[in-house]
Design a protein. Sequence first.
Length: 196
Amino acid sequence: MGLSAEAIRAGLDHVADREPAMAQALELAGYPEPRIRERGHRTLLRAIVGQQVSVAAAASMWRKLEAELGEDIAPDELLARDFDTLRACGLSRQKQGYARSLCELVSAGAIDFDNLPADDEEAIAELTRVKGIGRWTAEIYLLFAEGRADIWPAGDLAVQVAVGRIMELDERPGEKLTRTLAENWRPHRGATAIFT
């Protein structure tokens, strides 16, 4: 689902009206393209596969998983595979634990990606029940797969660096300051995160 080009444009225009530094940055860089991911367990599983490995390694593991489990990578199919089979797909013991945690919760109906809570903080809490999924991953999922307009991944290093540049700070702001600086950008911080 993600934020559409129109939603990104409207959100950034709103923020630029409130923040002259953002207006200047937007004038220089222009509007970003949407970054949309599919809603559901596959997107979160792909995030698990990609944690702490190169893009090429993650793509290779994903191809092997699809070849072994089918393109849908159904939770029950993953749960039915043994350690060695998933290891042959490139999943370490730790990644297997995270993937199994996700698939068990989905199979049990404990996480329903079509009915996540409307409140962003409640949705983040629901997603972080999955072992290995932290706040940042949950926020990125909600921004790119659900298109939630006010998600602000302030813990993201790239967001912090960009905010520091745009606001002409002497050094990169930490997560707390990055959150504080963006308070006036509500309810369109998601478009700003995509921009940064």
